[in-house]
Design a protein around this ligand. Structure first.
Ligand SMILES: *[C@@H]1O[C@H](CO)[C@@H](O)[C@H](O)[C@H]1NC(C)=O
Ligand SMILES: *[C@@H]1O[C@H](CO)[C@@H](O)[C@H](O)[C@H]1NC(C)=O
Ligand SMILES: *[C@@H]1O[C@H](CO)[C@@H](O)[C@H](O)[C@H]1NC(C)=O
Ligand SMILES: [Cu+2]
Length: 231
């Protein structure tokens, strides 16, 4: 009996570890960077465990315990870049990518205040209650375009992959978060917005965060956060 229950406990531990993920690398000019070099190492680099408290300090870059340093990598405005998970995105859910401009050197930029804007999202797809699908699920990289009119300078780029498989109670949605450091070159003179604070952007009661995706099948899906600024 003891053997059986410890086997079950071990199997459960393994399956919960494989069910989680981190986003430790960037893809720039088609080349994947080494893990945690251009991305600030997150508290969960070992456990892969998500953030579930959208008002906690860790909701921004999930790095309050690691106090990480990262290097900044150059990316041309208007080019495609990617953010890579340690394994393909496992859970059904959606993705948001936010950016914030550092006043000078992003290495010493915390991202305080209403400085964040959204540059990319992958919502769920619904069709009036017949089905709900998640195009972000199983992605091995999240690619997006750095807006062409984004002013040159140094930025944090924040991945937010929201897993919705147990999101039907408050605090059930799982957020997989990390912040990369990029230097945007050849940029324009756009004014990114709307600007939000992170944490602060969500309460946890948004219809796209507090949601039962299984039954009844949602007729629509509302992506959390501000509109995408595409420049
Ligand atoms: C993401 O972009 C890379 C090139 O940087 C490409 O090899 C890969 O196929 C793209 N993946 C997706 C899912 O678009
Ligand atoms: C979430 O984080 C906030 C800010 O740190 C804290 O006040 C609150 O108690 C936390 N909520 C839970 C459920 O832990
Ligand atoms: C930014 O700050 C980091 C850490 O202090 C330093 O290593 C780096 O050289 C600085 N970069 C620039 C462009 O000043
Ligand atoms: Cu998981």
């Amino acid at each position: 009996m003891k053997v059986v229950s410890s086997f079950i406990a071990a199997a459960a531990a393994i399956s919960s570890a494989t069910a989680h993920y981190t986003f430790p690398n960037l893809i720039v000019n088609g080349v994947k960077t080494a893990d945690w070099v251009n991305v600030r190492q997150t508290n969960n680099y070992n456990t892969q465990a998500p953030v579930t408290n959208v008002t906690s300090a860790d909701f921004r870059c999930y790095d309050t315990e690691t106090n990480p340093t990262a290097s900044t990598i150059a990316v041309a405005a208007g080019s495609q870049m990617g953010i890579g998970p340690d394994q393909a995105i496992y859970h059904p859910g959606v993705v948001n990518v936010y950016m914030a401009k550092a006043p000078s050197n992003v290495s010493t930029f915390a991202g305080d205040g209403a400085v964040w804007f959204k540059v990319f999202q992958i919502p769920a797809v619904t069709n009036g209650g017949q089905s709900i699908t998640f195009p972000a699920q199983n992605l091995a990289v999240v690619n997006f375009t750095v807006p062409k009119n984004l002013p040159s300078g140094q930025y944090l780029v924040r991945m937010e992959a929201i897993a919705l498989h147990v999101a039907s109670t408050f605090g059930g949605a799982q957020f997989y978060i990390s912040c990369g450091q990029i230097q945007v070159t050849g940029g324009g003179s756009g004014t990114p917005g709307p600007l939000v604070s992170i944490p602060g952007v969500y309460t946890g009661n948004e219809p796209g965060i507090l949601i039962n995706i299984n039954y009844p099948i949602p007729t629509t899906y509302t992506q959390p956060g501000p509109a995408v600024w595409s420049g």
